[in-house]
Design a protein around this ligand. Structure first.
Ligand SMILES: NC(=O)c1ccc[n+]([C@@H]2O[C@H](COP(=O)([O-])OP(=O)(O)OC[C@H]3O[C@@H](n4cnc5c(N)ncnc54)[C@H](OP(=O)(O)O)[C@@H]3O)[C@@H](O)[C@H]2O)c1
Length: 367
């Protein structure tokens, strides 16, 4: 039975006071059941700057996570540091008994994924991972229609993460390296893997379980110092280079029989786009267009008007939906559909793709 704890409020610590943290702060500020208590980062100055920009007074600031976790009243920690720090940050906060909002990518290896899941399970804390497009209005409407049966059973799904990531992003210097970023699919393309899993499952709050992956990588940008800025449409000739391939294409088989295809393209010269195509045995969805002749004697595409995922700016991303959802999960004592255990499956696809580049063979996932 679901426990009703509707009025419970939660104290918040934000760890990592960079670009994405501003959106976490805004979402918690707008949620009536959360109070931002503390911000920690590499330096107290940047934690304080973030607090000032958010108009927050009486917020404690720290330059160390372990110390910040001792501040009284903290229930939820948002991990907003660069990805190579997420594993240790999550373990430290889970061991302190805190619920966790974890920025993607959550881990840089299968070993990290396992360690994090062990720590979270042992501590009995709840998690949500910022695969934030699950709360994008168009994605929510498409998912509702799939769950309603409008296009029948999805048997083939495509998603493309098309983003010329580069120095326009404050996190790029961490994310562009093999050691800290890993791959284009891990850094940002994991959103496309998550979308594939989300739309390949029929349940409104269900993501499909991957069983096999085959991937190839290539493109032209790896190692290049020539970089395009899609935000202001300019070129730089001596940017710090991206150390991995910018183009990855992967086929994914799911345990429900559906097949998915993603491309991750950090080499593309164009503004950010995130197209999706979902083919069901009774209809089809192409981005915001839906065609399902069985349900409405339809002869033309229906155009949906919901907001599409067509901007890389975090202020456009639906963090409010994610945070409100997680608070409701905690209040009603039920796990998020987008928790660490679920996100681990998305990350397993990314790591399987890396294995394909080594072996040239398809890679099975799961036991
Ligand atoms: N879900 C999404 O759609 C989305 C969108 C954007 C980013 N992200 C993810 O969010 C994460 C952060 O990205 P971002 O864009 O916010 O990057 P960012 O602007 O570089 O911010 C990272 C912050 O982490 C802090 N930091 C770095 N090293 C630290 C350390 N050793 N200890 C404590 N704090 C440390 C930095 O602190 P100082 O300022 O104190 O130096 C910086 O403020 C990444 O994993 C990224 O992929 C997700």
């Amino acid at each position: 039975m679901v426990t009703n704890m509707t009025n419970k409020s939660f104290g918040i610590l934000i760890h990592g006071a960079g670009w994405v943290s501003a959106q976490h702060l805004a979402a918690y500020s707008a949620n009536p059941n959360t109070e931002i208590i503390a911000i920690s980062s590499r330096s107290v100055e940047s934690a304080q700057r973030r607090a000032n920009e958010a108009g927050l007074k009486d917020v404690a600031t720290y330059d160390d996570l372990a110390t910040a976790l001792k501040h009284p009243g903290i229930d939820i920690v948002s991990i907003c540091t660069p990805q190579h720090l997420h594993c240790q940050n999550v373990i430290t906060a889970a061991q302190a008994g805190k619920h966790l909002v974890i920025e993607k990518p959550v881990a840089n290896s299968l070993e990290e994924l396992a360690q994090m899941q062990d720590a979270v399970n042992e501590a009995g804390v709840q998690t949500v991972v910022s695969f934030v497009l699950r709360w994008n209005p168009l994605f929510q409407e498409l998912k509702r229609r799939i769950a309603h049966g409008d296009i029948g059973r999805p048997y083939y799904v495509e998603a493309d993460y098309l983003s010329h990531n580069g120095s326009w992003w404050s996190g790029w210097n961490d994310a562009r390296t093999v050691e800290q970023g890993g791959s284009a699919m891990l850094v940002g393309g994991c959103h496309a893997v998550d979308a594939l899993r989300w739309f390949a499952a029929e349940g409104e709050f269900e993501a499909a379980r991957p069983v096999e992956v085959f991937a190839v990588n290539g493109g032209y940008r790896k190692g290049s110092t020539r970089e395009y800025n899609p935000i202001d449409n300019t070129w730089t000739q001596n940017a710090p280079p991206m150390e991995y391939d910018g183009l990855e294409v992967a086929l994914v088989k799911f345990d429900n029989g559906a097949i998915g295809k993603i491309s991750v393209n950090a080499d593309c010269i164009m503004p950010y786009r995130f197209p999706v195509r979902i083919f069901g045995n009774r209809g089809t969805m192409f981005d915001q267009r839906v065609f399902c002749p069985g349900t409405a004697e339809q002869t033309a595409w229906t155009e949906l008007s919901e907001i599409q995922p067509d901007s890389s700016d975090v202020s456009h991303h639906p963090f409010q939906g994610e945070i409100d959802h997680f608070v409701e999960c905690l209040q009603t004592d039920r796990p998020s559909h987008c928790n660490l255990a679920d996100a681990a499956l998305t990350h397993e696809v990314v790591f399987a793709a890396n294995q394909c580049y080594q072996t040239g063979q398809p890679c099975r996932i799961g036991r």
